[in-house]
Design a protein around this ligand. Sequence first.
Ligand SMILES: Nc1nc2c(c(=O)[nH]1)N[C@H]1C(S)=C(S)[C@@H](COP(=O)(O)OP(=O)(O)OC[C@H]3O[C@@H](n4cnc5c(=O)[nH]c(N)nc54)[C@H](O)[C@@H]3O)O[C@H]1N2
Ligand SMILES: Nc1nc2c(c(=O)[nH]1)N[C@H]1C(S)=C(S)[C@@H](COP(=O)(O)OP(=O)(O)OC[C@H]3O[C@@H](n4cnc5c(=O)[nH]c(N)nc54)[C@H](O)[C@@H]3O)O[C@H]1N2
Ligand SMILES: [Mo]
Length: 826
Amino acid sequence: MTEYDKVTYTACQGWGCHEHCVLTTYVKDGVIERTERTIVKGKNAERGGLCQKGAIMGKYPYLKERLLHPLKRVGKRGEGKFEEISWDQALDEIGSKLCELRDKYGPRSIITNTFPCGLPICFGGLSLQLALRFVHTSDCTRLHLPGVDQTATFPFGIEFGDTGYSALIDPDIMLKADHILIWGGNPIGFTRAAHTTRTLVQAQEQGSKLVAIGTVFDTTAAKADQFVPVKPGSDAALAMAMAKIIIDEDRCDYDALTRYTVAPLLVREDNGQFLRAADVMDGYDGTVFMYFDAESQSALPIERGSFEIPWGTADLRADVEVAGIHCKTAFVKLIERLEPYTPEYQETITGVPAETCVQMIHEYLDANVASIFENLGFRYSTATHSIRAINLLPMLSGNFTKEGGRFINCPLSDGFGVSLNEPEVMWPDGFENVKGECAQFVEILDALEDPEHATQQYKAFINPFANPLHCWPNPQTFGEKFLDRLELVVVFELRETDTTAWADYVLPECTPFEREEIIAPSANCVVLQEPAIEPLGESKPPAFIWGEIAKRYGLGAYFDKTTEEWHRMRLAGQDLDKATDSTDLAQSGIPNSGTAGMSDDTAGVISYDRLKEEKIILITDNEDNDVYAQSPMQFGTPTGRVEFYCEALYDVDFAITKWEPLLVWSDEPEKYPLRLFPGRHRVFMQSQFHEFPELRQIGGESPSVTLNPITARERGISEGDIVEVFNHRGSVRTRAEISEAYPPGMAHLWYAYPKKDHMTNPPTVLSAALSSRETETPFSKRWGKVWLDQNVAQGVPQVLIFQNGSLDTVETLWEDMCDVRKVEEA
Ligand SMILES: Nc1nc2c(c(=O)[nH]1)N[C@H]1C(S)=C(S)[C@@H](COP(=O)(O)OP(=O)(O)OC[C@H]3O[C@@H](n4cnc5c(=O)[nH]c(N)nc54)[C@H](O)[C@@H]3O)O[C@H]1N2
Ligand SMILES: Nc1nc2c(c(=O)[nH]1)N[C@H]1C(S)=C(S)[C@@H](COP(=O)(O)OP(=O)(O)OC[C@H]3O[C@@H](n4cnc5c(=O)[nH]c(N)nc54)[C@H](O)[C@@H]3O)O[C@H]1N2
Ligand SMILES: [Mo]
């Protein structure tokens, strides 16, 4: 048996899949030999697995693309020409430039990116906490979350009063369902390759039926019992037709609807707002609503958060006048809204045969517990409408009150997370005193376009993680219209990327193998990540980089700690009874009441010294995070009920959801008839991991475009031909592949390969820029305010409201159109 010098625990670099794998790292002679999944005993141990990314990760620090020295730009921005300089020179020059810009244009002229998705430990890591500490003490601008990943999550804020609501659900819950709709995503063997895949497969082996609803025949479709292909962006029509059948066939769970949802509440016909008791009687405030009592044939008050309606007597179908005001119940409003959505009508939009729509909803209703595993594949401007439509199914059928019947929105971990003493790191002067302000990318672009009329000048960009040049659609915009107009661009990175090519200074960071971290949002445990090897080259941990920049910026006193000292702070007073959910805190700043209890055998306080000794500390399930354990269920909405009717969206005709055609380019179908799908890659992780030759052997050496045989034949294209994919934004030269996995009318490309791997351009040049004026809709401008207003009313500082729900724009990653022509025979 091999003797190892050292065995440590490390967060997987592919954390962006949100499976949150912890790796056991084996070191021999100062070099990483291999990694394997750490099986934490206790819950779910048998499902702990690993994918190819975790298995190969031990080679990450040694990649030839690895950055080992601070770099200063010598060529033009984007050219990627640099000279190596010393840390002192880099930090001094960055520090004095930041001071100069602050003195001339104010601290808000400096923008910090805090999008942590591709960072190990993500929202729970020290890297993000320090970036936020910098924002909150320097008073700089925080680049608002781009329109990624949250358009589908946001409806949970409107409808349930908590955007993180369903994410807290343990994936285990899926095992309780005998019917699972996997809607809009590709989790099995692809995007959630470890415990989520295993949980879904286990559910199937136990007899659950898995139904996949997607646009392409992906790995999830291949494994599912039934695959239902839909046209892109059409999901709302299908879901609304299914919802209509539940009502038409009288299969609603009326008790659940009356007790927990807005169904019985009266809505005013004159202004679309809920009827308040105060509208018709004296002595009430705005939190008392009205329902119609069938027995007494009168409208009666019901307080917010009260579930004590005598539901036998609430008339769900009331259409009445109350003190001269014409009112209908929200349920009646829903029935009216669903009127056009017959199975036949939805077929014209979705392409799903009417009888399949009927069969799907019947099977869903016949199951004891039916679950909807919603993913993030709704990357189109009307995604919010779709998710709200899909959410009608568990609401109407009552599945949402059953254990396992709730929609499961992309489980983010394997078990419950624990949060640490992050507030002290993130806002050292207290929650109320945080400085800084979130700015949307659109606002920044406008200001740079027309600086004379702008109220804020933007001059510097600090990018401490993320790879926006590669990952955010339309690099032309991010590079030329944003970065190139700034005076200073600083990027912290592990390796050369499309974004480092645009930086003035590139600061080399340690990989997770070379630094200490506390891994907490994971499988019911807290793990100490200890350095497995010495930092290679001159790479440094984030504590050093932020500390040195802050010192030169006059904020040294806030950043005078080593990594270990930060970690002692994060674990100080970690009486877990007081712990809150770190994801929520970091995202929105809204303190969450979740608690985490220590198991009996590990009772006590988690201190740094204890963690150093034990390395992994198990915690018990977090009861308060278990939404099913709450009785009655609580909803943080204005009515305290599940709101399929949202009065704040009445003025944009979205109080109740509906289907709408897609936004981008739907007016030019003849010119560019193919839907562009620049999708994520199975063996890579966003822009990461393409450096590994082993993974390229599994997943493809070079980029390509894949077309359905029909689409290819129409254009005289054969396998291997060199083709051009183009639209009004630009063109991409690449190799053609032919596959029936993609429907006719689609051009599928992988966006994981870096710019240098493409013959001309990466596929993202064909997409609308993320969070730009192009991706603004009347609806998005309204719903952004709904979430923002609700949070500001609760006293949350604006800089902490980092949710797509407070953005004016929508996600349109896969919404553009294009065409393909042959340029060279294979
Ligand atoms: N066309 C198209 N575009 C998309 C998508 C799509 O499906 N199609 N998907 C979208 C989605 S869902 C997402 S989440 C975004 C992802 O967008 P990004 O988060 O920008 O993508 P990543 O490639 O994960 O970038 C993370 C970067 O952080 C660096 N990094 C990792 N660890 C560390 C560290 O410890 N320190 C430092 N300093 N750097 C580190 C990595 O090297 C990498 O360059 O992309 C979006 N873009
Ligand atoms: N290997 C690997 N795993 C990853 C990543 C990676 O880059 N590589 N990225 C990670 C990240 S950051 C994220 S956010 C997750 C995302 O993971 P998922 O939530 O699974 O979502 P996507 O990969 O975005 O979804 C892809 C599927 O969406 C379906 N789809 C596309 N458009 C539509 C539509 O209009 N309607 C319906 N019903 N379905 C549609 C298609 O069938 C497609 O196969 O993956 C994570 N996991
Ligand atoms: Mo993502």
